[in-house]
Design a binder for this molecule. Structure first.
Ligand SMILES: *Cc1c(COP(=O)(O)O)cnc(C)c1O
Length: 462
């Protein structure tokens, strides 16, 4: 064994302790450190030839790189839909690395069964029935891709074509109908050989809404004269967190032939609160469902789940049969269900968080985040320099400058806010108008944080 490696082996507990001490200091400082960094990253160092050992690696990281990491795990980072990492989920994540299981299949370990237990809990959390089976993937983009891949396989079944064997071209043109899809849907269409241009935008409800007009969707389906399609319903849009009427869309399946995929990346968490659960009413009727976990479940990157009612078609698309891996039977190994073959135990951080905080603990995070978003919305509404672009429907505040909000002015505002170190929000365009989004999905965010965010926005827009 290389002597430095042998030395690290003999001191492994010390190395883990040092990393733990460092992490504890960083996380303790998270609420007060600048939320974003604008300083340039250090020059790249040459490839190390003689290894310096784990302790030195930690010291170099702490010195060269850690100071420029953002406070995205902290309470006032409101860009994208970010989420943080609950204490228990971090512990679970560390153990995922330390125990380094490969969840392509059982492989002489109980770990695959732990993933299945966790998937069962999540299915219940989101109100899905046992007709849905699931798997962990890296994020909502991959979850959407898997859902559309299963939908593509279903289209083949309708046409008597085996897409997995003969390719997407055997289907002819495939149409995907949606109101306000996330950009990852067109990315998935590109990857799957459907093509980004095959997205059919369905009109939205009038009155500042991002939800699809179900009667317009019905007309679009009727005009297809029986040609099957994929419909992507959106449960939580990123700008204004609007929800399609899932129940009404699912009801159309009685008359029209389509695969219903629901992108509930973060909106699925509405199911955790009796106050908001009606927003995802009908979710269980979907053929495939995407939910992100590194957003509102507050587990570390990267983790999402995908669910589907047609695991047989999922196996058709994703099976990885070989003499040493075997053909899928019964409860198939995960390598037959997901784009990945080797997989880390992404379920463990979620398992830890669910055991630690349960349904009620995670419900409290969702409800608190929504309350705080509404509070910030009321505060922004009262500022002379800013205005809301849409009502605060759930956990995102979409706002812009009063007067003429050009992209230049809005970007300058985003930059000034980031430079304050107090908070971080991301630019968007909503209804053709440049604006900003403040998204609440971190377990740590408090009233006091929200007041600081409002003060920072007031100062920067003054
Ligand atoms: C974030 C998000 C995605 C993409 O999620 P990743 O985890 O970044 O791949 C897809 N759809 C919606 C609605 C999202 O909010």
């Amino acid at each position: 064994m290389h002597p430095v490696l042998a030395d690290d082996l003999s001191r492994l507990p010390d190395l883990l302790q040092s990393a733990r001490d460092f992490a504890a200091r960083e996380v303790a400082a998270l609420a007060e450190r600048p939320v974003a960094t604008a300083a340039p990253a250090p020059q790249r160092a040459p490839l190390p030839i003689a290894g310096a050992g784990g302790a030195t690696a930690l010291a170099r990281f702490a010195e060269r790189w850690a100071p420029g990491f953002s406070g995205s795990a902290g309470p006032r980072y409101l860009g994208f839909i970010t989420g943080g990492a609950t204490p228990a989920s971090v512990a679970g994540d560390w153990l995922t690395s330390a125990l380094d299981q490969n969840i392509s299949g059982a492989g002489g370990s109980w770990a695959q069964e732990l993933e299945r237990e966790t998937l069962g809990w999540l299915r219940e959390l989101f109100g899905l029935s046992e007709a849905h089976s699931g798997a962990f993937v890296t994020g909502a983009t991959v979850s959407n891709t898997v859902g559309l891949a299963v939908g593509r396989e279903w289209l083949g079944e309708r046409l008597g074509v085996d897409v997995s064997q003969d390719g997407t071209a055997a289907l002819g043109p495939v149409d995907v109908l949606s109101g306000s899809p996330h950009s990852s849907i067109t990315k998935a269409m590109s990857v799957l050989g459907i093509g980004r241009n095959r997205l059919r935008h369905v009109p939205l409800l009038p009155g500042n809404r991002e939800a699809v007009d179900v009667s317009a969707l019905e007309r679009a389906l009727a005009e297809r004269h029986g040609r099957s399609a994929i419909v992507v319903a959106n449960a939580g849009t990123v700008n204004t967190v609007d929800f399609d009427d899932l129940r009404a869309i699912a009801a159309l399946k009685e008359r029209y032939d389509f695969w219903l995929h629901v992108d509930a990346a973060f909106g699925g968490f509405a199911a955790l609160s009796p106050a908001y659960a009606s927003l995802v009413d009908g979710l269980d009727e979907a053929d495939s469902v995407c939910v992100d976990l590194h957003k509102w479940l507050n587990v570390p990157y990267d983790a999402a789940v995908q669910f589907t009612r047609r695991r047989d078609l999922q196996i058709a698309a994703f099976h990885n049969a070989s003499p040493y891996l075997g053909m899928p039977t019964g409860d198939p190994d995960f390598l037959h269900l997901t784009p990945e073959n080797s997989r880390r135990l992404r379920a463990l951080p979620a398992w830890f968080s669910l055991v630690a905080y349960g349904r009620t603990g995670h419900r409290e995070i969702v409800e608190r985040n929504v309350e705080l978003a509404r509070r910030l919305g009321r505060g922004i509404d009262a500022l002379p320099g800013l205005r809301l672009m849409a009502p605060v429907r759930l956990n995102v505040v979409c706002f812009t400058l009063t007067g003429n909000p050009t992209a230049e002015r809005v970007n300058a505002l985003a930059q000034a806010v980031a430079e304050s170190g107090e908070t971080y929000v991301t630019p968007t365009v909503y209804g053709g108008v440049p604006g900003l989004r403040a998204a609440f999905s971190n377990w740590r965010t408090t009233d006091a944080d929200t007041a600081r965010v409002l003060d920072a926005l007031a100062a920067a827009s003054d």
